[in-house]
Design a protein around this ligand. Structure first.
Ligand SMILES: *[C@@H]1O[C@H](CO)[C@@H](O)[C@H](O)[C@H]1NC(C)=O
Ligand SMILES: *[C@@H]1O[C@H](CO)[C@@H](O)[C@H](O)[C@H]1NC(C)=O
Length: 306
């Protein structure tokens, strides 16, 4: 009976743990890209099997997976390995169960993996070594992406959109244009630690903008290398009103000429047959000379038309 009660209690404990999340748990992105020399934020949330504590009562660390004593972040700043001193910052609020870490001035060999560790008092401690984060280094930024129409009508507003994806939300990149207009910048969390910064530019093109190029330039936090600019050439169509002044008279003129020509052709075909008929009838009664003069008349009729 004693054993059975014990088993039951144990099962209840497990059930409670599952249902109420009464366990040590961390959520991170196992892989994240980072631009060398910029910053990267490792998103992180955690849970612990105890009453909620204020930030001040929670000690947090990040360490390498290979050595739990190699801290890349520690509440106690003196206890951080040389390579990471002054480069890491916990940007999440521990009281709100947010353990997100910022690594600034990303270096080529910062790959990790790195694991989060939490300590509540002296007895409750946990290193989440089964959910660590590996960083993939991006040495050179790729071109910003630019969306815009190529051919526009003069006087119609033109919208350009330029965007970049990155993993450094604590220092968002800036996007700038080399054409005046109305600009709107937005930053969007697109999940898995990735962010998108976008700038839109709206202006009304003039004739002077025809065949010109508009450039969007990105400036990342840090001295990032790579392609920072994208250009887009635009072609401004002349106003519709000017176009119709030229095209409509041309089309109607051509149409009228074609109609007259067609009518002439019909008349000629009809009369040629009649003339031929008359000629063959006259053949029997009139002389050779007479016939030639009537033939001339038929020829004259054709000349009028063409
Ligand atoms: C954790 O904190 C970071 C930085 O303040 C924030 O961007 C992120 O949205 C937070 N995560 C959650 C799940 O609240
Ligand atoms: C914007 O920059 C591009 C590329 O440098 C250049 O070709 C273009 O003429 C510039 N446009 C304006 C309006 O300055």
């Amino acid at each position: 009976m004693g054993v059975q009660a014990g088993v039951l209690l144990c099962w209840l404990h497990v059930l409670c743990a599952v249902v109420f999340g009464d366990v040590w748990k961390v959520e991170v992105e196992s892989k994240i890209d980072a631009l060398v020399s910029s910053c990267v934020v490792l998103p992180c949330t955690f849970k612990y099997p105890a009453q909620e504590q204020p930030s001040s009562r929670i000690r947090a660390m990040w360490h390498t997976k290979t050595n739990r004593k190699d801290y890349i972040y520690n509440n106690d700043h003196t206890n951080v390995i040389e390579n990471f001193k002054g480069r890491t910052k916990l940007i999440g609020s521990l009281g709100a169960l947010n353990c997100s870490l910022e690594i600034d001035g990303v270096r080529n060999h910062d790959n990790g993996p790195y694991c989060f560790r939490v300590e509540l008092g002296t007895s409750a401690k946990y290193s989440f070594v089964n959910n660590c984060v590996t960083i993939k280094m991006i040495e050179k930024a790729s071109k910003p992406e630019l969306l815009a129409e190529t051919s526009v009508e003069e006087g119609q507003p033109l919208i350009f959109k330029c965007s970049v994806r990155h993993t450094c939300p604590s220092h968002q990149p800036t996007l700038s244009w080399n054409h005046t207009g109305k600009t709107i910048t937005s930053y969007k969390d697109i999940g898995h630690g990735k962010w998108e910064a976008e700038s839109s530019l709206t202006f009304i093109p003039t004739k002077e903008d025809d065949h010109s190029s508009v450039a969007c330039t990105v400036k990342y936090h840090g001295s990032v290398e790579g392609e920072m600019q994208v250009t887009h050439q635009i072609f401004v169509k002349v106003e519709q009103a000017n176009l119709s002044h030229f095209i409509i008279p041309t089309i109607s003129g051509l149409g009228a000429a074609l109609l007259v020509g067609l009518l002439c052709l019909l008349v000629v075909i009809k009369y040629r047959k009649r003339i031929a008929d008359l000629q063959s009838r006259n053949d029997n009664t009139e002389s050779e000379a007479h016939r030639r003069s009537t033939g001339m008349q038929g020829g004259e009729q054709q000349l009028i038309c063409f």
